[in-house]
Write a protein that binds this ligand. Sequence first.
Ligand SMILES: O=C(O)CCC(=O)C(=O)O
Ligand SMILES: [Fe+2]
Length: 504
Amino acid sequence: MSSGTGVRLPVIDFSTRELKPGSPDWDLVKVQVRQALEEYGCFEALFDKVLEVRDVLFGAMEELFDLPSPTKQLCTSDKPYRGYHDATAKLLRESMSVDEAHIAQIIDQDLTNILWPQGNISFSKTIVSFTQLAAGLEKTIRRMVLESFGVEKYMDELNDATNYNLRALKYGSGEPPVAAGVHTDKGMITVLYQNEVNGLEIQTKDGEWIKIKPSPRSFVIMIGDSLSAWLNGRFSPVYHRVVKKGNKVRYSIILFSNPRGGYSVKAPEELVDGKNGLLFKPFDYEEYLQYFSVRHLTAMGCAHEYSWSYSSLISCLMPMSEAKESEEWTVFVDNLSKRVSKIALREPFRYHGRVERVFIPSINSKSKYKESFPRNRAVNANMGDIRKGANEDPKDSCKTGGTAHSGRCPMKQRQSCVFLLNELLTLNSPTKKNGPKISMLHRFVTGASPVTWKNSNPGDKALIPYRLRKSRDQELDFINKRQVASLQHTYLDGVDGRSSRSMA
Ligand SMILES: O=C(O)CCC(=O)C(=O)O
Ligand SMILES: [Fe+2]
């Protein structure tokens, strides 16, 4: 069930029938699946068997999240969005995520035995039963999708390439500023189950938000970026978010079918022809996730420090969109955090060309550069002024011919920047009605970035061409674990005394 705008998400029944490939029931459901995914990229799947694990499942989730923080923090991973992530001041949700979750030994090894060294058989059993149910449903849906496009011969290949990632989420009591921001999932298919506390919303093609109210017997199924790319755009991934109201604790548990690292996500030849050219260059899901995680940290403002510097970057990227191929630009970046390092500052700019030099003058010194830095346009301003500032003539904040520069500003200016960032992201939203759609995946495979906040001219100059980059591989070279870790360190260390993470 769903509500909000009067639009209802399709509900498809996977319970009552013995669904066997080739049977009339199977074919009927297959048609419903295809229609729902074409229209919404999402549907509600009735699946009664899940009722058998519901109580023990949410019991197990409570048991998990009730563990002391230091215990939960033992579940770490060097891959983005895996392991345990604590709630932060801004993102009030905890998450625990484990790969290859359909394998019972892995649940023991990577989860249960770490959290309960003395063992916890019932916990493992519950998690494994849930994962197997959800994975079975995912396979059924995936097979139906493939069959409906006549490409079922790839089922085994995809099975072999699938990493089932399980993510348990707890949204604590209270109404957080962000429960889960607008995003698409990055993998193939998302199978989501939740307790009675609603909050999930999905966006329709018309830009309307539907509040999802699944019944205890149903899963929410969503298409992710990888399946959309694999199907050469036949389905679009669904934008969704979580808006949490009230004090009740919300639990959700999600099984993502994600392509394993090393598998190249590429539309099969049957889905590419003269009419439907290849939409996305082949990509590796793990590399994409890495790309996203760096940008997400940058963009979503989960880490205050990071968002702080990004708001500055956005304002200086706009003039860059007017630069010509191979032209050299000097970019002034204001509004930076006091703590921003030169190395960290380089990273976002490397996507737009080779960074010759980064220069951070001391704000207190009588530097000859002092006067040349446009002081922050957003300082202590109200939203109208901030917007005006952001839309200022680019010449005021950018000069041609040289290197990338940056400035910085005092601590007290920070709040307005975080605000500015959020507003800009709203304007930037790829799902904004009538706005250009530039998904994260588009950005990843093309190197383009959206600059749509020149509100007066929506869509114009929406893409910053990626200049000076020879290949995507070159770009990916620097997004390695060490650098992600150091970026996180640069920006997250000291923020509210804990690390801030977000979601994929
Ligand atoms: O908790 C939910 O309902 C949604 C969470 C989500 O979208 C995600 O983790 O990708
Ligand atoms: Fe999601």
